[in-house]
Design a protein around this ligand. Structure first.
Ligand code: ZN
Length: 256
């Protein structure tokens, strides 16, 4: 657990979050009004971005302190993000997490929607930067479905892409959570280019294991004995013609 993160004072946290929000907007990692960020200020206080504010113009004083149930604490003008619950579930499930970044990184979302698997390890760096990238099945944004689904994912993974929505990256501090968002989008750019050029085989699993052992010597949480982590890639839910085909095959096998 990072003692620097625990001691972060509210003033520097406000500055860091405003700068990170501007970076996300400048780099088009979210639309202007999309995404949200937070930093843990102490045991039961979280600094978060307000709802409905342009991320490129966010000022440190616009940020809101909330308690662990999402209720604003102290002086504030705006209201907390409608997606605050996905941040709170991360802090609740992971005492080591001190920053949460939710963004809508376009290439990562597009790659996943086009059938790409971001959980695959095509390049070694992704293991160092992100650990295991996981994709969580679709849930309706701003509803309690989101934290209900995400809780188990964030208990296990530091980088989670929510189907048809966006990313959640967590870390012991804001720089790490931002670097993981950067790495996710950078990886998706490479993977999409690979796919357009005809595809490539993932690294063999023995080499992936070796990379994890080097990058995460204390063992990644999803390999902790007794941990029950959701699969890093959702079961595909066939639709339309695919669903009909699957049903026909199942019928012919006498299973539907
Ligand atoms: Zn969102």
């Amino acid at each position: 657990m990072s003692s620097t993160s625990e001691r972060i004072d509210e003033r520097s946290a406000r500055q860091q979050v405003a700068e990170a929000a501007r970076e996300i907007y400048d780099r088009r990692l979210s639309g202007a009004m999309d995404g949200n960020l937070s930093v843990r200020l102490g045991r039961d206080r979280v600094l978060t971005t307000p709802s409905g504010v342009h991320k490129g113009r966010l000022k440190p004083e616009d940020l809101i302190v909330v308690d662990l149930s999402g209720r604003p604490v102290g002086r504030h003008t705006g209201r907390p993000s409608s997606e605050i619950d996905l941040h709170l579930v991360a802090y609740e499930r992971r005492p080591d997490v001190h920053a949460v970044v939710h963004a809508h990184p376009p290439m990562a979302i597009a790659y996943q929607l086009a059938g790409g698997r971001l959980s695959e390890v095509l390049v070694s760096e992704v293991v160092f930067a992100c650990g295991q990238v996981a994709t969580a099945p679709y849930t309706t944004p701003t509803t309690m479905q989101v934290p209900a689904m995400l809780g188990d994912f964030l208990a296990c993974y530091d980088v989670v892409l929510m189907e048809r929505h966006g990313s959640v990256t967590v870390g012991p501090d804001l720089d790490t959570a931002m670097a993981r968002l950067d790495a996710l989008e950078h990886t998706a750019h490479i993977y999409a280019a690979v796919k357009m050029m005809g595809g490539a085989e993932p690294l063999p699993s023995a080499e992936v294991d070796r990379l994890f052992a080097i990058a995460h010597p204390n063992s990644p949480p999803y390999r902790r004995p007794g941990s029950a982590c959701p699969a890093a890639e959702p079961q595909s839910t066939p639709s339309g013609a695919d669903a009909d085909l699957v049903q026909a095959v199942l019928r012919s096998l006498g299973r539907a």
